[in-house]
Write a new protein. Structure first.
Length: 115
């Protein structure tokens, strides 16, 4: 089981960004239920248009699929218009990912519109 409160994302510990002073709202956490998993995704909204994501652990394809679904649902609930969202991702605590998980992540990134 993943310990969600060891080294939490900075946006889970504060209500405002100390640099921009923008409000941090709706922090969420996805923890994989897969046996032996240490995969954790933390997510939050900064201001009106910025999505913050921090990922930790090792990603297998099943966890990647689940976390993509979780992220899509979060975006739908947190952003009235799913356009012009700035995404800031922190993968510094990722231990690795299997080839299928990397491919799935790449497919999602390539399908995102940059308009």
């Amino acid at each position: 089981m993943t310990a969600i409160n060891i080294n939490p994302a900075w946006f889970r510990k504060h209500s405002r960004c100390k640099y921009s002073h923008l409000l941090i709202s709706s922090p969420g956490i996805f923890v994989s239920n897969a046996e032996g998993s240490k995969y954790l995704l933390e997510i939050g909204k900064l201001g009106e248009f910025i999505l913050l994501i921090k990922v930790s652990g090792y990603a297998r394809v099943s966890e990647m699929k689940e976390s993509i679904k979780f992220t899509d649902e979060y975006i739908s609930k947190s952003f009235p218009v799913k356009k012009n969202i700035i995404v800031i991702e922190d993968y510094s605590n990722v231990e690795g990912a299997d080839a299928e998980a990397r491919k799935k992540y790449e497919d999602v990134q390539n399908s995102v519109s940059v308009n």
